[in-house]
Design a protein around this ligand. Structure first.
Ligand code: ADP
Length: 296
């Protein structure tokens, strides 16, 4: 289950992770008022369930409130197509207006579940702000990873090693240790499958700050958090996926034209493979479950 950037930032902030001052707007007038509160110069950010917004025109630095309002008008209702949305794109219905931060350096930071080791893995890179997949392909040595032992948790010395590997020194290094420990605590307590800060920045004034945030909750743990369903923005989901979710069916929309209704994920994968091999394009992945008993 995904949430918006502003919601992810609120969670991180409740764990002591610094974020820019910001307001969420639902209309272009609210964008203007929020921009006034930020002092005019601010960053206007489209809230969609996907990254890559900057390159698609979904993040803009503006210099005065009227300009923020104009940009808000342009963005609301627009379908943003980014590298992560697929060709159909996602509609903008919420906008985050944030103070414009003077950035000195950008880093990549995430904690995610590593299925192979069944553990959380911390990933950090001094090449932040850009596609981490691109960094992984071009210069894998710039990516630092750390498997976290679930019994001992993340230890301060391990966090310090990561901070030093990012080239941080002095008080910023110590701030980073604290931030990493807090991020791990947030990840665990909120049952996240992914917590990503890209970019994590050092400001010109020398402070660490989360400039973007993405959180994916582990669907299997949503029942433990009553507040999660209310945090969902259904306008960001495909209506068919919402309906499938109601009936507890695993459904993923794909771009082809051949519908697949299969019982069991293994068989579903095999069916998709066979279709592809013979030149067909699946329209979906619909797994109604290995055992059909109890399905409505
Ligand atoms: P996306 O990853 O979807 O493109 P980001 O939140 O990473 O969106 O924003 C893109 C870039 O815009 C960031 O890498 C950062 O350089 C800049 N940026 C984002 N928010 C702010 C802000 N509040 N102040 C200054 N620059 C920002």
């Amino acid at each position: 289950m995904n949430i918006h950037e502003y919601q992810a930032k609120e969670i991180l902030n409740s764990y002591g992770i610094p974020i820019p001052r910001g307001r969420v707007a639902l209309t272009s007038d609210q964008v203007e008022r929020a921009a006034k509160m930020m002092g005019g110069r601010c960053v206007v950010k489209a809230q969609i369930y996907a990254g890559g917004r900057g390159k698609a025109g979904g993040v803009k630095l503006v210099h005065y409130p009227e300009q923020a309002q104009e940009y808000g008008k342009e963005l609301f209702g627009r379908t943003l197509v980014t590298k992560q949305t697929g060709p159909q794109g996602l509609k903008v219905r919420r906008i985050l207006v944030e103070e414009a931060v003077e950035i000195a350096r950008e880093f990549y930071l995430s904690i995610t579940l590593d299925r192979e080791s069944s553990r959380y893995i911390l990933i950090a890179s001094a090449e932040g702000g850009m596609d981490i997949e691109e960094v992984a392909n071009k210069s894998p040595e710039k990516i630092h990873t750390l498997q976290i032992d679930p019994f001992t948790g993340l230890r301060a010395y391990q966090a310090r090693k990561v901070a030093l590997a990012l080239g941080l020194t002095g008080s910023v290094c110590e701030d980073c240790v604290e931030l990493l420990m807090n991020l791990y605590r947030a990840c665990q307590e909120k049952d996240c499958a992914l917590v990503e800060i890209n970019p994590l920045v050092v400001t010109k004034a020398g402070w660490l700050m989360a400039m973007d945030a993405k959180i994916t909750f582990d669907d299997n743990a949503v029942f433990r958090h009553r507040e999660y369903p209310d945090m969902m923005d259904y306008s960001q989901l495909d209506p068919l996926e919402i309906t499938a979710g109601k009936y507890d069916l695993a459904y993923i929309k794909l771009s082809g034209s051949i519908g697949c209704l299969v019982n069991g994920a293994g068989l579903a994968m095999a069916t998709l493979d066979v279709l592809k091999e013979f030149g067909g394009e699946p329209a979906n992945f619909l797994d109604v479950g290995g055992g059909l008993h109890g399905k409505k």
